[in-house]
Design a protein around this ligand. Structure first.
Ligand code: HEC
Ligand code: HEC
Length: 157
């Protein structure tokens, strides 16, 4: 056994002895004990529907949905989202138009309409709720990171 592997094994063993999970911050995923005990479902969280578009955490992030979507059909026969976000309806609805990537197929061809691979909007765009995060979120915005960098006098970038 290599030295590193021995160390890892020892660390793992000590965690198991202490009866604690390895990742201290991880939420409990195993449910009640014993697992057969029934628990009331947690309350539904209130959706954030204030219509304020949310800053993206990075440029390629699918923006989150800032409005109610309850009851919006999204199936084989109907796509309610497109009744506002399609190019031809945006003047009337003032919804932001789906961007050009939504017209592109996987081979990079730009189609005349919504690409099938972008049909199921909710696989990428999600509404938000007021739920408290299960674990602390230490995400740092890219801008905050670059602001912290010392300015390089030679302007070398
Ligand atoms: C009745 C019109 C309407 C429908 C239907 C609708 N939207 Fe919207 N959507 C809007 C408007 C208007 C905005 C601009 C912000 C606001 O007013 O809520 C918006 C904002 C958004 C945004 C944020 C865009 C950004 O740049 O921040 C996303 C994502 C979005 N909608 C996705 C969806 C999805 C997915 C559906 C279907 C489940 C949907 N919308 C259905 C009108 C609509
Ligand atoms: C495969 C993931 C995916 C699917 C499916 C998808 N989107 Fe997006 N969407 C994105 C990403 C990523 C962005 C941000 C980058 C970009 O514009 O391509 C985005 C951007 C948007 C924007 C903002 C456009 C802008 O210019 O500000 C709107 C509005 C939007 N999507 C609506 C929709 C609607 C409505 C659907 C369903 C018909 C949909 N999207 C399906 C990934 C997706």
């Amino acid at each position: 056994m290599s030295r590193q592997l021995a160390l890892v094994t020892a660390a793992l063993a000590s965690c198991l002895v202490a009866g604690r999970p390895m990742a201290q911050d991880a939420p409990r995923l195993t449910g009640p004990e014993p697992f057969t005990r029934e628990q009331p479902a947690p309350p539904m969280q209130r959706a954030i529907t204030n219509d304020v578009r949310v800053t993206r955490n990075y440029p390629e992030q699918p923006p989150v949905i800032p409005h109610a979507i309850e009851g919006y059909a999204l199936d084989l026969n109907a796509n309610k989202c497109m009744s506002c976000h399609a190019r031809k309806f945006t003047e009337q609805t003032q919804a932001p138009m789906i961007s050009v990537t939504h017209f592109q197929d996987r081979d990079g061809n730009t189609l005349g309409a919504l690409s099938p691979r972008r049909y199921v909007c909710l696989s990428c765009h999600v509404p938000q709720t007021e739920a408290r995060p299960l674990v602390e979120n230490r995400f740092t915005d890219m801008d905050a990171l670059s602001e912290r960098e010392p300015v390089n006098g030679r302007g070398g970038r």
